[in-house]
Design a protein around this ligand. Structure first.
Ligand SMILES: Cc1cc2nc3c(=O)[nH]c(=O)nc-3n(C[C@H](O)[C@H](O)[C@H](O)COP(=O)(O)OP(=O)(O)OC[C@H]3O[C@@H](n4cnc5c(N)ncnc54)[C@H](O)[C@@H]3O)c2cc1C
Length: 300
């Protein structure tokens, strides 16, 4: 997002405020860059339609949109020594994290990784569009995460979670399921979707610092009537009109944990939360009930 200039800081008179605010929102959004990391094999799929809708609406709003179409790119999914050009430091005991950090510093990561890192560096918002596979992203998209979000570039020991490298950027998951919504609830056969999303949204996106927007879930598009699919796409288009202004999901800030004591929650934070009904987040639940919709809706 561009820096807020002095003119924008000047307070307008109240009567003009609504219009002024709308204009500023539009101005701010004009230069936003969006990267869509997309994983579906077929251009006739519902995922393809969701991706196309995103490109169309966001472009019409003035955003610059890039798409990484992973299957079309034949994106390599495996994290191996071939991801480094030239000699690695220790071929006998190859360690992906350390070696890719050195290679990133020396400009020796392969061209496909470097290009995705360029797109990511420029993006203000990253949308991951995919069909849910085995409760997570398809392997090709996990490969993108493994290979592009490298140590040094995407995170360091000091720079992670709320202090993460991408803390000025937003990211979100937009995905389809085969299951109905009722199956992914606390009483449903698959369990609570909030729990399913925690590893992806906390362990990958927020770990790298991203402000994580609420997921867009298209429930079972293969099993609903055609009109219902149209409605789902229409509500996605409507959501995208305000997407860049949405508040992110709530996570526990890094400074609530004590790095000297194995990154345990600081006693004063624990104490402050003692009388509360729910845990802090899905993962940091403190042995209490999970905060409802913690990984599904902002502001809870
Ligand atoms: C390996 C694997 C693992 C899986 N694991 C899980 C899992 O853990 N949990 C789970 O819930 N599911 C799982 N699934 C199911 C999978 O998530 C769904 O099959 C997938 O999400 C459906 O999305 P799609 O885009 O492929 O649908 P498609 O079958 O491509 O599309 C659905 C329907 O939408 C129609 N359509 C396309 N474009 C439009 C348009 N513009 N407007 C209206 N309709 C349109 C299509 O013609 C089709 O009728 C798994 C599937 C596989 C292969």
């Amino acid at each position: 997002m561009p820096p807020v200039d002095n003119e924008m800081r000047q307070a307008p008179c109240p009567a003009e405020y609504g219009e002024y605010q709308q204009t500023q929102i539009r101005l701010l959004q004009v230069s936003e860059k969006v990267l869509i990391v997309y994983a579906h094999q077929s251009s006739g799929s519902f995922n393809s339609a969701a991706k196309d809708a995103a490109v169309e609406v966001l472009t019409a709003k003035g955003c610059t949109v890039e798409v990484s179409d992973l299957y079309a790119m034949k994106f390599k999914a495996t994290a191996t020594a071939e991801d480094i050009t030239g000699k690695v430091k220790n071929a006998d005991h190859f360690r992906y994290g350390e070696e890719t950090k050195l290679a990133w510093e020396a400009g020796k990561l392969t061209a496909d990784i470097t290009e995705e890192q360029r797109k990511l560096t420029e993006a203000d918002l990253v949308i991951f569009q995919f069909p849910m596979y085995w409760f997570t992203v398809p392997a090709i998209m996990k490969g993108w995460m493994d290979r592009v979000l490298t140590l040094g570039f995407a995170f360091t020991h000091e720079k992670r979670y709320s202090q993460g490298i991408f803390k000025e950027k937003k990211a979100m998951l937009s995905f389809t399921t085969g299951s109905q919504e009722s199956m992914f609830t606390a009483n449903g056969i698959n369990g609570d979707m909030n729990v399913t999303l925690w590893p992806l949204q906390n362990g990958i996106l927020h770990y790298c610092g991203f402000q994580v927007l609420a997921p867009q879930i298209f429930w079972a598009p293969s099993h609903v009537p055609s009109e219902a699919r149209g409605t789902m796409l229409e509500s996605w288009r409507t959501r995208m009109l305000g997407l860049l202004g949405e508040n992110p999901l709530a996570f526990t800030p890094l400074d609530c944990f004590d790095g000297e004591k194995g990154y345990q929650l600081k006693p004063e934070v624990h104490e402050k939360h003692a009388a509360k009904e729910f845990g802090l987040t899905v993962g940091i639940h403190l042995g209490k009930a999970l905060p409802p919709n913690n990984q599904m809706k902002a502001g809870v």
